[in-house]
Ligand binder design. Structure first.
Ligand code: FMN
Length: 400
């Protein structure tokens, strides 16, 4: 993917930015990054101590766990830079998670977050699976491939006793959940390790439910966000609020710190989230533009063309709504379809088509997760992104 740091944005090159002093809200340069040089001022502690004190970190910048794209190298880089790196467990089985945690713990002694999905494992549903096969039949005819037989295997295991044992062994400082919270006995095992517990809310009601269950902070995930919606009470997608509306309402509704997520890709977004009452931010898509991200070529190319008007929520690739760059499958049978089988089984029937299309350089059947602010992202390292998000936000907030 190629994002020229200056192209079309009226910006200097990153190296020029580093040397330039920031201009404030009365200046003209707020249309982009305004990286502060590392000075004594930027080295002073982040003024809002809620997240730094809660997690033992320096900067209230949480790198979003991104299953499939986050690497141990990314987690290490972000945590070493003073933010909170997050390892997404959905991409591992328990043995794989242990190996990844060995690598992360060898690379940093700073706090880390380990993230788990906690969806209900789906029950077999032959009728929906048959409907899904019918829906995909024209593509199989076109490709000449034979569709996979039998019920689709679940590709992602929810948090379970085996994963809880990994948490007990490695004792990450923070554990975050997506799609609600696990069963009380499993949650108690996590809490007993001393880990701070987070989960995503996409509505005020979900935030209240998480706070009532005793989470240490709530991630308010606006509709702009890339990847799967963390929704667990209300599956309605048409009514999901954006970050600007959601964050202050969640901040008003719960006593625990609120972490804003969705559409935040530069210092302006971080500063805006702080003004809306967030104690910090969780940033995903912008980290996909770093060398520490694992992004296959089709996804990389899609991110390079991602803009404000070509992402959508789709359930076609996994069975749960997630935001990604529009492609052929989303245009032709979606982006949302009642025919997609339950999470996480929908993708199995697509796998051969995806491979076939990608071999020909097409992304027709590939999930291309991206938030709405991908066009604001710049190619830079995970460490630099972490520091820049915080420094640019500070420069903006200083003027208020
Ligand atoms: C490629 C990708 C994969 C994601 N995977 C996960 C995941 O495994 N667990 C999770 O809690 N959130 C996941 N998310 C959602 C992020 O945690 C976060 O809420 C989102 O990226 C924030 O919006 P942004 O992408 O606009 O920054 C993913 C997001 C992306 C873009």
């Amino acid at each position: 993917m190629s994002r020229d740091p200056g192209a079309g944005h009226g910006q200097d090159s990153p190296s020029a930015q580093v040397k330039r002093a920031p201009q404030g809200l009365d200046g003209a340069s707020m249309a982009g990054h305004c990286v502060l040089p590392v000075t004594e001022e930027t080295m002073t502690p982040w003024p809002d101590r809620r997240l730094p004190d809660l997690f033992g970190i320096d900067l209230p910048i949480l790198q979003a766990p991104m299953a499939g794209s986050t690497t141990p190298e990314m987690v290490i880089a972000v945590s070493e830079a003073g933010g909170l790196g997050a390892l997404p467990s959905a991409q591992y089985d328990p043995a794989g998670l242990r190996a990844a945690l060995d690598q992360v713990r060898a690379g940093t002694r700073r706090p880390i977050n380990v993230n788990f999905f906690c969806h209900q494992a789906p029950t077999p549903d032959p009728a929906t699976e048959a409907r899904w096969r019918d829906r995909l039949a024209p593509y199989y005819r076109e490709s000449g491939l034979v569709p996979p037989e039998g019920p689709a295997a679940a590709a992602r295991a929810p948090f379970n006793a085996d994963f809880a044992a990994v948490v007990e062994a490695y004792r990450p400082e923070v554990v975050s959940f997506h799609f609600g919270l696990p069963a009380p006995d499993l949650l108690a095992r996590v809490r007993q390790t001393g880990a701070k517990i987070l989960s995503s809310a996409t509505t005020v009601a979900e935030a209240r439910a998480l706070a009532a269950a005793g989470v240490d902070a709530v991630i308010a995930m606006g509709a702009e966000a890339g990847g799967h919606r963390g929704s667990f009470l209300d599956p309605a997608m048409a009514t999901q609020a954006g970050t600007m509306a959601l964050v202050p309402q969640v901040a008003d509704a719960v006593a625990v710190p609120v972490i804003a997520a969705g559409g935040i890709a530069d210092g302006r977004g971080v500063a805006a989230a702080v003004m809306l009452g967030a104690a910090g931010v969780q940033v995903g898509t912008a980290y996909l533009f770093t060398p520490e991200a694992r992004v296959p070529p089709a996804h990389r190319a899609a991110l390079a063309r991602a803009g404000d008007d070509n992402t959508a929520l789709t359930n076609l690739f996994t069975g749960r709504p997630a935001r990604g760059v529009m492609n052929r499958l989303m245009r032709e049978i979606g982006p949302l379809s009642p025919d997609a089988p339950a999470f996480p089984t929908a993708g199995a029937a697509l796998a051969p088509l995806r491979q076939w299309a990608e071999a020909a350089g097409r992304d027709d059947f590939t999930n291309l997760w991206s938030g709405q602010a991908a066009a604001l992202a710049r190619e830079t390292t995970s460490a630099e992104l972490t520091r820049t998000l915080a420094a640019d936000a500070r420069a903006l907030l200083r003027w208020l």
